[in-house]
Design a protein around this ligand. Structure first.
Ligand SMILES: Nc1ncnc2c1ncn2[C@@H]1O[C@H](COP(=O)(O)OP(=O)(O)O)[C@@H](O)[C@H]1O
Ligand SMILES: [Mg+2]
Length: 304
């Protein structure tokens, strides 16, 4: 079953599409990385799913049911833009108010549960305004987790966090999916961080979903290359070019693409008097894949 299934979803503001006939499929249990530049329509899509905005057209299904179904709405928790907390109230008081809004039974137990998930069980007494950005983001997630949702929607929760804050956030998100079986939709443009946890990706551009793929598919598509450092770059490049299809010069290294056999490169270069001083086997990461994909779609657009 899919946690989210979107078909042909559109939303425009002043005659401009923010979300343009978008399709999206998020399997149950996924950490779905929703990737796109600023203004590409990520937040609008998330607000539509949460019912904060009304779509112009299209269909949104959550766990196989229409998203307006009251039974399914209570299973969605979200953190979009900010936590919506009262700055002068404590973390506990903010969470307590939310349990009242949601009409939860056993509120103290539930508050303890969510604070533990976001690693803030010792900070319940702090005033919201005196918390760091990383803590505020985690409180926002705790608020969204009240009532034990099956789907959590997070809008750029790692923006502005330091390395340590990002690591904690990563651990929390993995816990949420693995321990609590919650599906997570997370938008971000910090691809290196997303890559460490996402099981699926959706890439949005100008309101359109241009690609969806699983982390396994991403991995199998990621090109393997060997990078080499040699004294005579141009000479070595000529030798390699005669034998391999794709050679690129990048940041002082020669890259030989789509070869798994590192020894073949070295042997060839040695035979021709270009002993490499450095040699590494690499795989293209999400960041590079994304940039490549974006430049391809840019070229396609220009050709039209
Ligand atoms: N309430 C609004 N009124 C007018 N335009 C909006 C509104 N919300 C978003 N937009 C526009 O829709 C587009 C997509 O925005 P958004 O969904 O916020 O993108 P992202 O979250 O990917 O940065 C942008 O061009 C933005 O200016
Ligand atoms: Mg946004």
């Amino acid at each position: 079953m899919n946690a989210i299934e979107i078909r042909n979803l559109s939303k425009s503001f002043r005659g401009m599409y923010a979300v343009d006939h978008l399709n999206m499929t998020v399997p149950v249990g996924a950490i779905y990385g929703f990737i796109g530049e600023n203004g590409s329509g990520k937040s609008t899509t998330e607000k539509l799913i949460c019912g904060h905005l009304v779509p112009d057209e299209g269909e949104i299904k959550l766990f196989g049911r229409d998203y307006t179904d009251p039974g399914v709405r209570v299973r969605v928790g979200a953190l979009i833009e900010n936590a919506g907390c009262f700055p002068g109230s404590s973390v506990y008081q903010n969470l307590r108010m939310q349990t009242i809004n949601l009409g939860l039974e056993n509120p103290d137990e539930e508050i303890r549960r969510v604070l533990e998930i976001v690693r803030m069980e010792d900070n319940a007494h702090l005033k919201f305004k005196s918390c760091s950005l990383g803590m505020k983001q985690r409180i926002g997630i705790a608020m969204a987790l009240l009532g034990d949702p099956a789907l959590l929607i997070l809008d750029e929760p790692i923006n502005g966090l330091d390395t340590d804050g990002m690591r904690i956030m990563r651990e929390i998100l993995v816990d949420i999916t693995q321990k609590y079986g919650c599906t997570v939709l997370i938008s971000s443009h910090i691809l290196g961080e997303l890559e460490k946890i996402a099981t699926h990706y959706g890439i949005i551009r100008q309101g359109k979903m241009i690609m969806e793929l699983s982390a396994a598919e991403m991995d199998s598509r990621a090109q393997v290359f060997v990078s080499l450092k040699v004294r005579d770059m141009q000479g070595a490049k000529a030798v390699l070019k005669a034998n391999f299809d794709t050679i690129k010069e990048e940041e002082g290294y020669l890259r030989v693409y789509d070869v798994d056999d590192t020894a073949a490169n070295v042997e060839l270069l040695m035979k021709n008097g270009h002993a490499p001083s450095e040699i590494k086997k690499n795989k293209i990461g999400l960041e590079e894949y994304y940039i490549e994909l974006m430049s391809q779609t840019e070229t396609e657009k220009e050709e039209k």
